[in-house]
Design a protein around this ligand. Sequence first.
Ligand SMILES: [Zn+2]
Length: 91
Amino acid sequence: MKKEQLNTADLDLSSTTGVLCEECGNHTFKPIFFLRKISRFLTGEDADKILPIDSLACVECNHVNPEFAPPIVKQESNKQKNNKQNKKEDE
Ligand SMILES: [Zn+2]
């Protein structure tokens, strides 16, 4: 499936909306990579493989808006949050 490229030259920017960091409200982002390790037992190769997934992070606070995060990373960070909350309740 071929992704159609958006022609930004004809686009009226006043009809677009800016994306802000959900943590600090900053509006500049930098490219980042999430890395997923694929077990060599799955690929059948000699060594584990690293799969980079590109995304965007806030330049100011490094927060990754959920809309930029790959679904698997969202799932895992939700789990981490829940773990933290559980720990707090134990204390
Ligand atoms: Zn931020």
